[in-house]
Design a protein around this ligand. Structure first.
Ligand code: HEM
Length: 454
C-alpha cells in the first residue's frame, strides 16, 4: 500500500481548484477575495458562513480554499486520524525557500521522528534553564523602557524579544554580531510575506534569501562548539536532543530546525504579548489582580515553580489567546479524497481551519466578545465542551511545540513589567488589529508606562 508520505510526494506544488461542488464562490475575477482576506478576514469569514454555512469555499491569494468552521472541522483536519492532510504542502507555498525543513514543513513518519527529537529541548529541565535566563534579561531591559511618555509597545516588545532571542535561543551576548543575526532574521521573516518572489538586488525577496544564507553560515559555524557545550540555551539543547533510538540531528538538520524555531517563536510571541498587555491596559482591574499575584510571590529571580503559582495570569493568557489567536487560520492540503459531514474534499484541495471563528462561537463561549478570563476557571471551565474549541496552538500532530515555552516567557515578562509599571492608554482607545497573516496592531499600540509605587 502506498504510504501517506509517498502520496503527498507525488502531488503538484499547487493545490487543485476543482472544488466547485462545495458551497461558495470565487469572488471578483482573478483576484477573488484576496483583498478582503487580507484586510478583513473575520468579516469575510462571517459573511461567507452566513451565506453558505460552516463548510464553504472562496478564492484568495490565487487558491480556492475549502474552509471548515468550528471544533468538529478543527478536529477532523488537525487530529487527522486517517492521515488525509499534509502540513508540508500547505506551508511550503509560503515558507519552503526561507524556512525549509522546519517541523511544520514535514509530514507523517518523518515529522514524527523529528518532533520526537526536538521535544528534548522543551522538557521540564530545559524549560527551567530558560526561566533562569529570561527573568534577569527582561528585568534589565525593562529598566531602560521610558516611563511617563507615550511609547509604541509593539516596537519595544519586538526589539526586546529579538535581543532576548539571540541570547536565549543562540546563547549570544548582545553586540554587533547579534544585531547582524537579528537583521538577517527579520529580512527572512519579511520576505516570507513578499508577493514578488524573484530576487532582484535590493528587493525584499533578495534581502530575505541573503538573510537566510547568513543565518545558515552563522549557525552552521557554531554547531561543533554547541555539540560540546553544557549551556542551557536552546541551540545547545537542540544539538544534544535525541530520538527514542538515540538518533541525533545532522548539522544541516540542526541549522534548519534552529532557523525555523526562531521563526515559529518570534512573531507569535510578539503578537500574543502585545494582545495581553492591550487587554490588561483596557482592564486595569485585571492588571491589578496580576500585580497582586506577582507581589505575593515577591522574588527577584523567578523559578519555574513560581510560574505555576500564577493562576490568574494563566487565565489572562488563555482568554487573550482566545480573543486574539496569533494565527487566525491554519492551512492544510488534502492528500486524498475524503469526506467531512457529507462534503467531499477532493485530493489536492487547499483546506483551512479557523481558530479565530471557533473562539467566538456563541455555542461554546458565553458573551464571546467580552474579555472574561474567568471563563477558563475550574468552576466555569467553558473551554471544556469540545477538545478542539480552544485552538490558538493548533492541535493534533502539529500542535505547537513551544506552547509551554510561550506561556513561561509571557508570565516572566508580565511579572517584571507589571511590578515595575502600570500600563495606561487613552480613554476609549481600541487597538486596530491587522489579523492576517498574524494578529498585530496597525498602530504599534501606543501606551504610557507609569512607574508603580513600591
Ligand atoms: C503564543 C505564542 C505561540 C503561538 C500562538 C503559536 C501557535 C502555533 C500554531 C497555531 C502552530 C500550529 C501550526 C499548524 O498546525 O500548521 C504552531 C506550531 C509550532 N510552534 Fe508555535 N506558537 C507560539 C509560540 C511558539 C514558540 C515560543 C515556539 C518555540 C520556541 C514555537 C514552536 C512551534 C513549532 C516548532 C511548531 C511546529 C510543530 C509541528 O509541526 O509539529 N511556537 N505554533
Amino acid at each position: 500500500m502506498t504510504s501517506a508520505a509517498e502520496i503527498a510526494a507525488q502531488l503538484p506544488k499547487k493545490p487543485s481548484n476543482k472544488v466547485s461542488h462545495i458551497p461558495g464562490d470565487t469572488g471578483p475575477f482573478l483576484i477573488g477575495y484576496t483583498f478582503e482576506f487580507l484586510k478583513d478576514f473575520p468579516g469575510l469569514t462571517n459573511r461567507m458562513a452566513k451565506k453558505y454555512g460552516k463548510v464553504f469555499r472562496y478564492r484568495a491569494v490565487m487558491q480556492d480554499v475549502i474552509n471548515l468552521l468550528g471544533p468538529d472541522g478543527n478536529e477532523f483536519v488537525l487530529k487527522d486520524s486517517d492521515h488525509n492532510f499534509s502540513s508540508k504542502l500547505a506551508w511550503d507555498v509560503v515558507l519552503e525557500e526561507l524556512f525549509p525543513n522546519g517541523l511544520m514543513l514535514r509530514d507523517f513518519d518523518n515529522h514524527k521522528l523529528h518532533r520526537k527529537i526536538l521535544q528534548g529541548a522543551f522538557k521540564k529541565n530545559a524549560l527551567e534553564g530558560y526561566v533562569d535566563q529570561m527573568g534577569p534579561l527582561f528585568d534589565e531591559r525593562l529598566a531602560k523602557w521610558p516611563a511617563n511618555k507615550e511609547i509604541l509597545f509593539f516596537d519595544n516588545i519586538k526589539k526586546l524579544l529579538l535581543e532576548g532571542g539571540a541570547q536565549l535561543f543562540l546563547g549570544m551576548k548582545l553586540g554587533r554580531e547579534a544585531d547582524k543575526v537579528n537583521d538577517s532574521f527579520i529580512a527572512a521573516v519579511d520576505a516570507s510575506l513578499a508577493v514578488v518572489r524573484i530576487p532582484i538586488p535590493g528587493n525584499t525577496w533578495w534581502k530575505g534569501l541573503r538573510g537566510r544564507r547568513y543565518l545558515e553560515k552563522f549557525i552552521g559555524g557554531l554547531v561543533a562548539e554547541k555539540r560540546k557545550s553544557t549551556n542551557n540555551d536552546f541551540f545547545t539543547q537542540i544539538c544534544h536532543a535525541t530520538g527514542d533510538n538515540g538518533e541525533v540531528l545532522s548539522d544541516k538538520e540542526v541549522i534548519d530546525h534552529m532557523i525555523f524555531l526562531l521563526f515559529a517563536a518570534h512573531d507569535t510571541t510578539t503578537s500574543t504579548l502585545t494582545s495581553i498587555v492591550y487587554r490588561l491596559a483596557k482592564h486595569p482591574e485585571w492588571q491589578q489582580k496580576l500585580r497582586d499575584e506577582f507581589n505575593a510571590i515577591n522574588v527577584d529571580h523567578l523559578t519555574y515553580d513560581d510560574l505555576d503559582k500564577m493562576e490568574q495570569t494563566s487565565l489572562v493568557f488563555r482568554e487573550t489567546l482566545r480573543m486574539h489567536p496569533a494565527l487566525p487560520t491554519i492551512p492544510r492540503r488534502a492528500i486524498r479524497d475524503c469526506e467531512f459531514q457529507g462534503f467531499k474534499i477532493p485530493k489536492n484541495a487547499a483546506v483551512g481551519v479557523n481558530p479565530l471563528y471557533t473562539h467566538y462561537m456563541p455555542e461554546y463561549w458565553s458573551n464571546p466578545y467580552k474579555f472574561d478570563p474567568e471563563r477558563f476557571s475550574p468552576e466555569r471551565a467553558e473551554h471544556k465542551k469540545h477538545f478542539y474549541q480552544w485552538v490558538p496552538f493548533g492541535g493534533g500532530h502539529h500542535k505547537c511545540l513551544g506552547l509551554n515555552f510561550a506561556e513561561i516567557q509571557s508570565k516572566t515578562f508580565l511579572y517584571h513589567l507589571l511590578r515595575r509599571f502600570e500600563v495606561t492608554i487613552k480613554p476609549g482607545y481600541e487597538m486596530p488589529f491587522q489579523i492576517v497573516p498574524l494578529a498585530v496592531p496597525k498602530d504599534g499600540f501606543p501606551c504610557v508606562l507609569k512607574p508603580v509605587k513600591k
